[in-house]
Ligand binder design. Structure first.
Ligand code: PMV
Length: 335
């Protein structure tokens, strides 16, 4: 019996500069560079095995508060497309078994695609013995469909350079996870069902009349975020992160058809953060493609902010994250 097996673990990330809209939907080429921080409490572990003992390809997923279950339909298709891409690289046809466990709840409304596709891709290339360097891994991960996953390949604070074509669109590390002791408190709302996926959002982003304006502003904001990361200027970082979040959601809300990710709970948290800031407690908001608010703060303020966030009526629970390492291999397999 021939069995090829590997297991990888990888973090989700929160974007400080967001990827929204694709220049090329097939190659997943973005219009702009994006920057993110990896999250140490939002992890996916994935074991991949290829064997002639398996009858067919199978994919099983488990979230923190639910049982492991077989997935099918579109969810399975996305995974198997990446499996096929890797099988084609070395010309084998062995069936694959994929098992994936998430450390965060399914209802957290945190996109698991970044952690999922980066862990999956690292496990795939390792199991099949495909030799790739980090840059090639980030390109291969990007082709899996979740562009933000390309940033989870590297440790800490990462930039995805948009590039001009597939070979020039990859992530690079800006700073490792120990560089700056920031925290991201994810405030998970009570009504947190994400209704429009980022996949669909990217496709219609350019229909917003504000898309072009956003692209014009982005180089300066991106430079500003990079400077704030270098100089550890927290106030500057916070202001730019918030401006960026509003810019992305403005585009989403004005696209055709419009996408409204924010809900009442989102606004309650934003208003609370602004009021606490007036009194000197500093937490800055950002949101990805959903209503949950990510509160970016310094370590010394994290527990006070967390306590207050949990008292808000719209907050179901919170997850405190520190900057994390990127995708890596582990010896312990899930099966
Ligand atoms: O990588 P995707 O296709 O899940 O898109 C991610 C989109 C945002 O989370 C809103 C922004 C980002 O850069 O992560």
């Amino acid at each position: 019996m021939k069995i090829l097996k590997a297991t990888a673990i990888s973090p989700a990330n929160i974007a400080f500069i967001k990827y929204w809209g694709q220049k090329d939907a097939k190659l997943i080429l973005p219009f702009n560079n994006s920057i993110s921080m990896n999250l140490d409490n939002c992890l996916t572990t994935t074991t991949v095995a290829f064997s002639d003992q398996f009858r067919e390809d199978s994919v099983r997923i488990k979230f923190y508060n639910s049982a492991e279950k077989e997935v099918d339909g579109k969810q399975k298709e996305r995974v198997i497309t990446q499996v096929n891409r890797s099988r084609e690289q070395i010309g084998i046809k062995l069936p694959a078994k994929i098992v994936s466990h998430n450390s965060f709840p399914a209802d957290a409304g945190i996109a698991s695609s970044a952690s999922a596709f980066s862990a999956l891709t690292l496990a795939l290339v390792t199991a099949l013995g495909i030799k790739v360097n980090k840059r090639e891994l980030s390109i291969f991960t990007r082709l899996g469909g979740s562009g933000s996953a390309t940033r989870s390949v590297y440790d800490g604070f990462v930039e995805w350079q948009a590039g001009k074509d597939s070979q020039s669109s990859y992530a690079v590390q800006l700073h490792d996870e120990k560089w700056w002791d920031l925290a991201d408190i994810v405030a998970v709302g009570k009504d947190d069902q994400k209704k429009v996926s980022s996949l669909d959002g990217h496709l219609i982003a350019t229909t917003s009349p504000y898309f072009a304006a956003r692209q014009t502003e982005l180089p300066q904001r991106t430079r500003g975020i990079k400077e704030a990361l270098i100089t550890k200027d927290f106030l500057k970082l916070g202001r730019l992160i918030e401006a960026e979040a509003v810019s992305l959601h403005l585009v989403a809300m004005s696209s055709q058809p419009p996408i409204f990710y924010w809900n009442e709970g989102t606004m309650q948290i934003v208003q609370a953060l602004l009021a606490w800031r007036e009194k000197g407690l500093l937490g800055f908001f950002t949101m990805d493609a959903g209503p949950n608010v990510h509160v970016i703060c310094r370590r010394q303020e994290a527990s006070q902010l967390n306590k207050r966030l949990r008292q808000l009526s719209s907050v179901k629970f919170t997850i405190i994250n520190r900057p994390a390492k990127g995708a890596r291999l582990v010896k312990k397999h899930l099966f």
